[in-house]
Design a protein around this ligand. Structure first.
Ligand code: 4NP
Length: 150
């Protein structure tokens, strides 16, 4: 089993989309995909309605996901940890205990633009077009992740 974790701030907008998209591209018997937020604001909450709507438009159901907070135990559980932006990167790395933990953490857009450390923009204060834009970025990044892993 290869285990992949998607991380954003709230675990309601970007990382649940990334989780649903990557799950749709990988066989469930060989890969586990999960998501978490660095903040505690939305623990137990479903994804943002706008993320649910955009995912549904592309045939992906994320309505049953529940927000949870990233914890140090996630470094033991997961092989790859993809963050959405620099703030997530700093927050996750601040919990890393050693080089093995640190090497697991990657900017998801580096899968499209290697070594650029670009942010997936936070769509929380945007509208549906911002969520569509995030979906398209994550879809391209997740296609590249799946092609590398398969
Ligand atoms: P996410 O977006 O990190 O993509 O889930 C956000 C969700 C909630 C908040 C910020 C960003 N918030 O401040 O509550």
């Amino acid at each position: 089993m290869t285990k992949i974790l998607m991380v954003c701030l709230g675990n309601i907008c970007r990382s649940p989309l990334a989780e649903g998209i990557l799950k749709s591209k990988l066989p469930h018997d060989k890969f586990v995909v999960d998501s978490a937020g660095t903040a505690h604001y939305h623990i137990g909450n479903p994804p943002d309605k706008r993320s649910i709507t955009v995912a549904k438009k592309y045939g992906i159901d994320i309505s049953n996901l529940k927000g949870r907070q990233f914890g140090v135990h996630d470094f033991d559980e997961f092989d790859l940890i993809y963050v959405m932006d620099e703030s997530n990167y700093k927050n996750v790395l601040s919990l890393a205990r050693n080089d093995l933990d640190r090497t697991k953490v990657k900017f998801i857009l580096n899968e499209i633009y290697p070594n650029q450390n670009f942010d997936v923009p936070d769509p929380y204060y945007g509208e549906i077009p911002e969520f569509e834009n995030v979906f398209k970025m994550l879809d391209e990044a997740c296609s590249n992740i799946a092609n590398t892993l398969l």
